[in-house]
Design a binder for this molecule. Structure first.
Ligand SMILES: NC(=O)c1ccc[n+]([C@@H]2O[C@H](COP(=O)([O-])OP(=O)(O)OC[C@H]3O[C@@H](n4cnc5c(N)ncnc54)[C@H](O)[C@@H]3O)[C@@H](O)[C@H]2O)c1
Ligand SMILES: [Zn+2]
Length: 352
C-alpha cells in the first residue's frame, strides 16, 4: 500500500516508515520539522533515503500535492508535551486540531478513505481504579497534605479507602487534563465525525509511554526514560518522584510502529480506539533501577512529592489490540531498557 506518514521525521513516525518499508509498503513522509522537536531545518539522518516532503499539515496546497496516489494516511504530526503553560494552547490546537481538520478535508477531496491516527493514553487522565467496597470508581483528587505525608494512592471519593489500580479498557471515560490531552481527544472526535460523514475508517491508536531509539533527549513529554538516561550519562542518579510506585506501560517504539503497520493493513468500521501498550506494566521506580543497572550507574533516588496534575497509575488493557489487530508487543521491558542505555537519541530544542 501507499502510505503518507505525517510527522514522518519524528520519533514514532520515522520508525513507522522503517517498519512499513520492511513490510513491502511504499511510504511518503510529510514533516514541518518544528523547532521544538528538531531544532534545525534539516531532516534527521534516519529519514534520508525516504521520499520526504517538508511542509505543514495545515496547508491545503501541500496536502493536495502529497495525497493524490495515497491509500492510507498515518497521522503522527503533532505538537507534544504537557501543555502546562496556558499561552501555549493556540499552538497545540493549531497544529493538532486545526491540522487534523485540514488533513481530513484534504483526504476527502483526494478520495483517501483510511486513516491511522496517533492518539494517546492521556485521553484517559487518571487510570482505572476500584474500591474494595464501592467497585470501579473515578478517584478523588489526591489531597496535598496526603502527598506531603507520603500517601500517594488516590482515595475512594465515597469512603476514602485506598483504591486498587486496574487495566484501562478503551471504553473508559475520556478525561483529558492538559491542553495537549484535550487536543488529542479533539483529534479523535474530528476523525470520528469525518468517518461518519465520508464512510471512511479510522484506527485511533492510543499509545502508552513510548521509548526507544531516536527518542528526543530531555523531552518533558512522557520522556521519563530519556530524563533518567541523561542524568545517568552525567554520572548522576535518576530522581524518581512520589515513592516510585507509579505504574505505567512502557512500550517500545518498534512495537508502536508494528501496531501502526497492522492497522494500515486492515480496515475497520468508523473510528476504533485501541490501546497500544506492552501489556507488561512496570513502575517508574523499576524503570529507573533497570536503566541504572544497564548503564552501571548510581541507584535511583526517591524524591517524594508529586507535580500538580500528575496521575498515579495508568496501565492499559492490551486485549483489544490483540483481538482486532493481532498485535502483541515483541520487545520485553528488560531487553528494551537494556538497549535504551545505548540507543541513539535525538537532540531537540525541547519544550523548556
Ligand atoms: N512519544 C510518546 O510517548 C507518545 C505517546 C502517545 C502519543 N504520541 C503521539 O504520537 C505522535 C508522534 O509523536 P512523537 O513522540 O513521534 O513526537 P515527535 O515530536 O518526535 O514527532 C512529531 C513530528 O510532527 C511534526 N509536526 C508537528 N507539527 C506539524 C505540522 N503542522 N505539519 C507537519 N509536521 C508537523 C514534527 O516536526 C515532528 O517531526 C504524536 O501525535 C503524539 O501525540 C506520542
Ligand atoms: Zn469506597
Amino acid at each position: 500500500m501507499r502510505v503518507l506518514i505525517t510527522g514522518g521525521a519524528g520519533f514514532v513516525g520515522s520508525h513507522i516508515a522503517d517498519v512499513l518499508t520492511e513490510r513491502g509498503h511504499e511510504v511518503r513522509l510529510l514533516d514541518l520539522l518544528i523547532d521544538t522537536a528538531h531544532g534545525g531545518d534539516r531532516p534527521p539522518a534516519w529519514v534520508q533515503g525516504y521520499d520526504t516532503v517538508l511542509g505543514d499539515v495545515r496547508s491545503d496546497e501541500v496536502l493536495d500535492s502529497v495525497l493524490s496516489d495515497v491509500d492510507v494516511v498515518c497521522h503522527q504530526a503533532a505538537v507534544v508535551g504537557h501543555g502546562l503553560d496556558p499561552s501555549d494552547a493556540p499552538r497545540y490546537t493549531g497544529h493538532n486540531d486545526h491540522g487534523t481538520a485540514v488533513l481530513l478535508a484534504a483526504m476527502y477531496r483526494a478520495g483517501v478513505q483510511r486513516l491511522v491516527l496517533a492518539s494517546s493514553m492521556v485521553v484517559y487522565g487518571e487510570g482505572r481504579y476500584s474500591c474494595p467496597e464501592h467497585g470501579v470508581t473515578p478517584p478523588a483528587p489526591r489531597p496535598p497534605d496526603a502527598i506531603a505525608a507520603g500517601r500517594f494512592e488516590p482515595p475512594c471519593p465515597r469512603c476514602g479507602a485506598d483504591l486498587e489500580s486496574l487495566l484501562v479498557p478503551e471504553d473508559a471515560p475520556l478525561d483529558p487534563r492538559s491542553v495537549y490531552a484535550a487536543s488529542k481527544v479533539a483529534q479523535e472526535h474530528l476523525a470520528s465525525a469525518w468517518a461518519r460523514q465520508t464512510g471512511g475508517d479510522v484506527w485511533a491508536l492510543r499509545y502508552h509511554n513510548v521509548y526507544g531509539p531516536r527518542m528526543p533527549r530531555d523531552t518533558p513529554y512522557a520522556g521519563v526514560a530519556s530524563l533518567f538516561r541523561s542524568r545517568l550519562e552525567r554520572g548522576e542518579e535518576p530522581v524518581v518522584l512520589e515513592d516510585g510506585g507509579q505504574r505505567r506501560d512502557f512500550v517500545h517504539v518498534r512495537d508502536v510502529a508494528l501496531a501502526n503497520a497492522l492497522a494500515v493493513e486492515r480496515p475497520t468500521a468508523g473510528l476504533t480506539p485501541v490501546n497500544v501498550c506492552s501489556g507488561e506494566p512496570h513502575t517508574v521506580g523499576e524503570l529507573a533501577a533497570e536503566l541504572s543497572r544497564a548503564m552501571a550507574g548510581p541507584q535511583p533516588r526517591i524524591s517524594g512529592g508529586a507535580r500538580p496534575g500528575d496521575v498515579r497509575h495508568v496501565v492499559a488493557d492490551p486485549a483489544r489490540a490483540r483481538e482486532l489487530l493481532g498485535f502483541d508487543a515483541a520487545v520485553s521491558f528488560a531487553d528494551g531498557v537494556t538497549a535504551f542505555a545505548t540507543d541513539p537519541l535525538r537532540s531537540s530544542a525541547g519544550l523548556g
